[in-house]
Write a protein that binds this ligand. Structure first.
Ligand code: G3P
Length: 215
């Protein structure tokens, strides 16, 4: 069960990385744009801080994605996971990079059929977009379950990286249904700690501890 952060906000990632609970980071062009930073500066700072798995999305034509993916993989070595879309060009690039031994994350997965193609293209990760499937009145978590069952039945090694997760409940369910990784917005990760009974229980223990020390 790996937890990635789905953001390009370096200072927030670094604060959370200190928890020892974060296994990697996923970025995409929207998240990079929101950070206002140059993508490679973001990757560099995260790699220097010890983040061992960073999804770096490439865009453009098949040749552009291949050469950019190879360049990033050479520069960032095993830290780089090259993210490509689930399109004919994206999966062609996935195949080429996987043959080089580069990790690839196939993103924008909305159907089990796409996950089958991505696995055949040698993807390390497939990213079903749970929240966006739900937004369109289909079951995002059912998609995770369908992919997991299919992969299990055929001993596929590609890992399911549940993305577009919007709430804590979906994190638990995604892992229960077979996701290997959940990539989370920071606010969802932070809420995973919370439970009203933990707060209440702790309040009581603190009070009782103080009383015990007094007596
Ligand atoms: O990792 C993909 C994710 O960033 C998409 O999330 O909330 O924009 O659907 P969202």
């Amino acid at each position: 069960m790996k937890i990635f952060l789905d953001t390009a906000d370096v200072s927030t990632i670094l604060t959370h990385f200190e928890t020892g609970l974060i296994d990697g980071v996923t970025t995409n062009p929207t998240l990079i744009m929101k950070s206002g930073r140059d993508p490679e500066d973001v990757y560099q700072e995260l790699a220097e801080a010890g983040v061992r798995d960073i999804s770096m999305e490439v865009v453009g034509s098949r040749d552009e994605m291949t050469s950019e993916g190879r360049r990033l993989a050479t520069k960032f070595q095993e830290v780089a996971t090259i993210k490509v879309p689930c399109t004919p060009d994206g999966l062609y690039v996935c195949n080429q990079l996987a043959k080089d031994g580069t990790k690839v994350n196939v993103t924008l997965i909305f159907d089990a059929a796409q996950a089958i193609l991505a696995a055949k293209a040698g993807a390390t990760y497939v990213s079903p977009f749970v929240g966006r499937v739900d937004d369109n009145s289909f079951g995002g978590l059912c998609l995770v379950k369908d992919i997991a069952n299919t992969y299990k039945m055929h001993s596929v090694e590609t890992q399911i990286l549940a993305a577009s997760i919007r709430n804590v409940r979906d994190v638990g369910r995604a892992f229960e249904y077979g996701a290997n990784v959940c990539t989370l917005p920071v606010k969802v990760f932070d809420k995973m700690y919370d439970h009203i009974l933990t707060e209440k229980g702790l309040e009581l223990f603190d009070k009782d501890y103080a009383a015990a020390c007094k007596s």
